[in-house]
Ligand binder design. Sequence first.
Ligand code: HEC
Length: 374
Amino acid sequence: MPSALSIAALPEGLIKVYIIMPNLRSFYSRSPFVLLGMMLTLAILFCGMLRSPVAKSASTLLTSKDIELAEKVGKEIIAACPVVADVKNLDAYNSCSEKVSHLDILRNTMSAPFLWGAQKEVGNYNIKDSTTTAFDPFVWRRIYLATFMFKGKPKIEQVNDLIIIHLPTQFRNQFDIGAYPYPFWHSSKKWNSYQQTTELLLFVEHEKLKGGLRSAVVDQTRLNVKRVWDGKWVWNDTRGQEPFVSLYTRLFSPSNPHISKVDTAYRAFEVKLRDSACLVCHKPDNASNQNPLLILSYPNQALSLRHETVRQIEDKLMPPPTGIFDNQERQKLIELAKAFAQAGDLALAYEGEKITSQKTGTNEFGSKKSAHFP
Ligand code: HEC
C-alpha cells in the first residue's frame, strides 16, 4: 500500500523518469551521443513536470494536504489510546476517552454527522456500501472511538481522491455490559466485528474526516467474549440507569454546568418521542432499514439529531408519512425538541465543540458531490 501510494502521489513526469533509468544504464557504454540525448530527454521531462497544468497541481496539492492530515490524525489517535496489557483497565479507557474527545485535530476536521459502521467487505472503501449510524462527532470520539486501543503506526492509503487511514487496533471487550454504548451483542455479527477487527479505517476527503469503519480484515484467534442479549436496550442496576456510558454524566466533563438541563430536556422529549412512535424506528435494531441509522433512543446519541428533529416535526415529515396530525400535540413536541436542541448546544459548546443548527448531514455530503459518502 505505501508503494502504491508513493507512485500515485508522484507527478506524471517523475513516473516517466523512473521508467527511463534502467535503459539509461544499458546505453551508457555504447555511445556518448545516446547518453547526451537521454540527458536532454530527462531535462525536458523535468521542465514539463515543473510546468504541469494548474488544475492538475491544484488537485495533487489537495490530496497531499489530505495525506498530511491523515498522518497527523493517525499518529495522535494512536498516542492517545495505546494498547494496555489489562484489557479491563477502566482508567486507560477513561484516559483515552478524555484525550480523544478533546483532540483539536479531530474536533476541527470531523464531519457532523460522523458516519460509523462495519466495512462490508475487505477492500471496499465506499462507505455508502456499508450500513452506518450517524453520530455527533464529540459523542463518537468519547464513547465509541475510546472503546478501541491502538498500536504501531498508521498506514495511509490513497484510492483516487479518497485517503484511508488504517489504524492497527484491539477492542476493549471485557468490561461489564454497561460500559458499552448499547448492547452490541444484540447482533453476534456486530459484536464479533468489534472484537475481531484488526484495524480501524478512517476516511479523509477534502480536508475533512468523514467517517470510520471497523475493517472487515479480522483475526479469529482473538479472545471472543461471549455475551447473550436479554432483550433489554436499557436497564437499571445499583449504579442507576444503564448503559451508564449513554448518559450525559459520562459524556460531559464533571464541570459542565449544563448536564442536568440537557438531561431534563431529553427526558421530557423522550417520553413524547415514545408516544409519537418515533422510537419504534430510531433505535439500534433499525426496523425501517435506515442508512445511515439515526438513533433517538439514547441520551448521548440523540444529540446528533437535535436540530433536525425540530424541522422534521414542524414540516410534518416525521413520523412518516404525514407527521403528527393533532396540532396541539405537534406543537408540544416541537417545544420539547427545541428545548433539547438548545440545552444540547450549550452543553456541547462548553466542551469546546463548534455548534451549528444547520442541517449538516446528507446535505453537506451531497453538496460536496462525494462519490464515497451519502
Ligand atoms: C416508521 C418508521 C419511522 C418513524 C415512526 C419515525 N421515523 Fe424518522 N425516519 C425514518 C426513516 C426511514 C428516516 C430516513 C430518512 C427518510 O427515509 O425519510 C427518518 C429520518 C428522520 C430524521 C432525519 C431526516 C433527515 O432528512 O435528516 C429525523 C430528524 C427523524 N426521522 C425524526 C423522527 C421523529 C422526531 C419521529 C417521531 C415524531 C420519527 N422520526 C418517526 C423512519 C421513521
